[in-house]
Design a protein around this ligand. Structure first.
Ligand code: HEC
Length: 122
């Protein structure tokens, strides 16, 4: 019985240590860590709109938006995904959006998650 507990403890500690190493690796592989990236509660209003607001709307709003593309509301963002290759542009290092360089890994993953779940207006 005691041996079993010891074995379980060692297994648990090793698992935790290995996981810690895994996270370190991820930090060096990506420019930003995705370890704390919340992909379980992605919604348009709480997640997607704030990203677009801070990273895109400065250029993509008003009567003469850059690229003739408005990203100010849900309908416009959905249209941009469906007919303006929005996801392609936010993952394209050669031709990135925003033009200054790709966003952090977590924001891109959250947008992907939202697109894959059918772009709900939630
Ligand atoms: C500094 C200004 C600026 C910012 C910030 C910016 N864009 Fe752009 N965007 C442009 C310009 C200029 C164009 C048109 C030229 C081009 O396609 O590269 C464009 C074009 C686009 C297009 C292609 C439109 C078409 O008709 O093909 C998409 C999609 C796009 N942007 C999405 C985004 C998204 C999403 C963000 C935020 C993550 C963003 N942009 C942030 C300036 C910006």
């Amino acid at each position: 019985m005691k041996r079993k507990i010891k074995f379980l403890s060692i297994t648990l500690v090793s698992f935790l240590l290995l996981n810690a190493c895994y996270d370190d690796n991820e930090e060096t592989l990506y420019r930003f860590t995705t370890a704390n990236c919340d992909l379980s509660n992605v919604t348009y209003n709480q997640t997607i709109a704030p990203i677009i607001q801070s990273k895109c709307v400065s250029c993509h709003s008003g009567t003469t938006p850059n690229g003739n593309l408005n990203l100010e509301n849900h309908t416009q963002v959905v249209t941009a995904v469906n007919s303006k290759s929005l996801y392609q542009r936010i993952t394209n290092t050669a031709n990135p959006m925003p033009p200054s360089g790709l966003m952090d890994e977590c924001s891109i993953k959250q947008i992907k998650k939202w697109i894959d779940s059918g772009m709900p207006n939630n």
